[in-house]
Write a protein that binds this ligand. Structure first.
Ligand code: GAL
Length: 735
């Protein structure tokens, strides 16, 4: 049987390239995922992660008789950017590339008793490895930044399962392509199809005829389709027998769904057109670079779906964490996943690495129902017919069920893919010449916006996103648009603001919302969630000329009432004239000069009431006094696993009396943690935009943790968490 266990604990780390026999006291103890350097949230110096570090793990091994003849692998989910792996002093592997998983066969190098595993991790921006070779607008960071597993299998085991579902709307069919590690006589495969409730709904048995076998179900019982609204997942459990002896079992999740970009320009999910509405995501976090544990990875998917109401995300510009993709499957968030790179294609060797990574990405991810498109062109690179003919052919060969896209920032190039994926920075929407056509970026560097920018900038930023989505939704030949981008990110000096951040997110790097986020959120059906957010700091003197006229409101209500002080200004409707194609246009409410002009002696609180079908369903109040009232401290969860890596966000906000963040509250906040856990982040933190976040990170001890925050002139505040024992891998429920 197979044994698969996490191998994240008890590592040692040194920021030096140490010799294999360096004493342990030259290292510090760490748990994976790990970043080779902790940074401030901004001003990240990319030189500071560019070095060769040493990771070591000592572990004891005793081969039990029933494990005799088993193969033992170490599976690395991602090491940035290259590494050499040694076991017990012997060199085993040199891996290049930070985004693809790889495995090391350690079977013949293990010894009974203590073993010493060492990795030299090269996190320099090496020109011979994608995405490098030229400039890149993001940072790669360094370290063993994803999970590692130990896997024990029989030499004859299941190597890969590829589930294909076809014709799901009329008459669902299911094929599982099962690749074995090797062929032997007398093997049988058994496959069991299990529904979301854990019930077996179909099964099959078949003698093994070749190394790769196709198991096909022509007649299936009724199945529930996977969609963005009901993301129903099934599991296929494959068992390999040899003359009645169990050799291996492997399961994979999948969904019955049909995803297709059609020649009419639109995208169809299960035969119904679905306009794509989304944002790009970088895997960059404050402080920890890319080394985010499962909980944070999964939470990003939740933020995109539930806080930003997106139905699609692009994993710009590389394969992202399996945890992120798993969560996309579970919640019904579509994914466009692409290969690593940025505007530059290197030499033959570089291209070979890229093709390898493409193959690994597709073999790793092709069972995710959320993935609808493979990005097989280096983002915004020029035409290269030879190379891109190969990437397209490889993708189609490995996965005949999905279409390919290739992101460029111009129209009219060699169209070798199935979908013309196009970064349109015209601040409008270009009329496509190629079809099917998907806008994969807009806004971004055309309108960098900080969460503490003045109100006009924040409004215009939000309205730019509204404008482009309104235009794209009005274009019958465009399948959708994916804006640049979800979250602000750290970058190289050639791109960022003065603090090396690209302020292109609709949320900041802490995933806290700018008003553009409220625009995205407001496009959802109010049956899901009622949204009402006025895009105003409600001050007399922030805008040019002062005052607050007009007020923009992002809401999915059908009417918004404005009350200033005691005066009811009236009820207003969404601005359909300017945004006819949006499901929920912003409200543009003018005529307010009389109530809130610059220098006027009486300035009152603002109250908004949102109505649906005449019923009041939401309210927002903003205090006119603009005085810091409360210091708020919240976490995204009240429980963490005691696995040494689990983390949650600790959000701090200074708010007015109604809970609105005060963007110009620049107090210094100091945090104090009690309990066996760690604070990750700047402490004290000089607040920007009235809000920021740190992380609380669990250690290995269960117990209670309290974090207290204090700021001059404010009442202290505290939040409590419980650290609970980490359950086995298969039973973890995160979020
Ligand atoms: C695009 C690029 C993105 C990002 C964006 C900023 O050209 O593909 O990675 O740099 O610009 O707007």
């Amino acid at each position: 049987m197979r044994n698969h266990s996490l191998f994240n604990d008890n590592w040692l780390f040194s920021a030096q390239k140490l010799s294999l026999d360096a004493p342990d006291d030259h290292f510090t103890a760490v748990t994976l995922p790990h970043t080779n350097k902790i940074f401030d949230h901004s001003n990240v110096n990319n030189q500071a992660y560019q070095f060769i570090s040493t990771y070591r793990k000592k572990f004891s091994w005793q081969q039990s008789p029933d494990e005799e003849n088993k193969l033992i692998f170490l599976d690395f989910d991602g090491v940035m950017l290259a590494c050499e792996v040694y076991l017990n002093g012997r060199f085993l592997l040199n891996h290049l590339g930070g985004y693809a998983p790889f495995s090391v066969d350690i079977t013949h190098h293990l010894q009974d008793g203590e073993n010493c595993l060492t990795l030299h991790v090269d996190s320099r921006e090496r020109k011979d490895i994608p995405p490098y070779g030229h400039l890149v607008d993001y940072l790669t960071f360094g370290g063993i930044y994803r999970d590692v597993y130990l896997r024990q299998v029989n030499p004859t085991h299941i190597d890969n399962i590829f589930v294909q579902t076809t014709n799901v709307v009329q008459h669902p069919r299911l094929t599982a392509e099962i690749r074995l590690s090797r062929l032997k006589p007398n093997l049988t495969l058994e496959a069991s199809l299990v529904d979301a409730a854990g019930q077996e709904v179909a099964s099959l048995q078949q003698p093994v005829a070749a190394q790769t076998n196709r198991l096909a179900w022509a007649d299936l019982p009724d199945v529930v389709l996977w969609s963005t609204e009901t993301p129903t997942l099934y599991t296929i459990q494959v068992t390999l027998w040899e003359n009645g002896r169990l050799l291996d079992t492997l399961t994979t999740r999948f969904g019955f769904r049909q995803a297709e970009f059609r020649a009419d320009g639109r995208f169809y999910l299960n035969n119904a057109p679905l306009p794509l509405f989304g944002l790009n995501r970088h895997q960059t976090y404050p402080y920890i670079g890319a080394a985010a544990p499962a909980r944070l990875q999964r939470q990003d998917a939740d933020i995109l779906k539930y806080e930003l109401a997106c139905n699609v995300v692009r994993t710009s510009h590389y394969p992202q964490s399996p945890h992120f993709l798993d969560r996309c499957d579970e919640i019904g968030l579509l994914v466009f996943e692409e290969i690593a790179g940025w505007q530059h294609v290197g030499d033959e060797k570089w291209q070979a690495l890229c093709l390898d990574e493409l193959e690994t990405m597709i073999e790793r991810d092709r069972n995710h129902p959320s993935i609808i498109l493979w990005g097989v062109r280096v983002n915004e690179s020029g035409d290269n017919d030879d190379f891109y003919t190969r990437t397209n052919a490889l993708a189609h060969q490995l996965d005949p069920t999905r279409q390919t896209g290739g992101v460029r920032d111009f129209l009219g190039s060699s169209f070798l893919e199935d979908v013309y994926t196009h970064n349109d920075f015209s601040n409008g929407v270009r009329t496509p010449t190629e079809q099917p056509h998907l806008i994969t970026e807009f806004a971004g560097h055309m309108f960098p916006t900080k969460i503490w920018d003045h109100e006009e900038r924040l409004i215009d930023h939000a309205l730019l996103h509204a404008k482009i989505h309104n235009l794209q939704l009005g274009h019958a030949q465009i399948a959708g648009a994916i804006g640049w981008c979800a979250f602000d990110y750290a970058t190289h000096i050639e791109f960022g603001s003065g603090d090396r951040i690209c302020y292109h997110g609709v949320m900041d790097i802490f995933r806290l919302p700018k008003w553009a986020a409220a625009f995205y959120q407001s496009q959802q059906d109010p049956a899901q969630k009622v949204v009402l957010q006025a895009a105003t700091h409600w001050t007399m003197g922030d805008r040019a000329g002062g005052g607050n006229n007009p007020i923009h409101v992002f809401s999915n209500c059908d009417e918004v009432e404005i009350i200033i002080g005691e005066i009811n200004v009236g009820r207003f409707q969404p601005n359909f004239a300017q945004y006819p194609n949006l499901p929920h246009p912003p409200f543009t409410i003018g005529g307010l000069d009389a109530y809130s002009a610059w220098g006027q002696s009486q300035f009152y609180d603002l109250r908004l009431i949102g109505y649906l079908n005449g019923q009041a369903v939401a309210e927002q109040r903003i205090a006119s006094n603009r005085l810091p009232k409360r210091l708020e401290l919240t976490t995204d969860t009240s429980q963490l696993y005691a696995d040494g890596a689990d983390m949650t966000r600790l959000i701090v906000r200074i708010t007015d009396e109604f809970g609105n963040p005060l963007p110009y509250a620049t107090k210094v906040v100091t945090f104090k943690l009690d309990g066996d856990a760690e604070l990750v982040g700047e402490n004290p933190f000089p607040l920007i935009g009235g809000q920021a976040a740190l992380y609380v990170k669990a250690r290995h001890q269960p117990g209670a943790v309290t974090v207290r925050a204090c700021a001059p002139g404010m009442m202290d505040t505290a939040v409590s968490l419980t650290i609970i024992p980490a359950p086995p891998l298969d039973n973890r429920q995160i979020l």
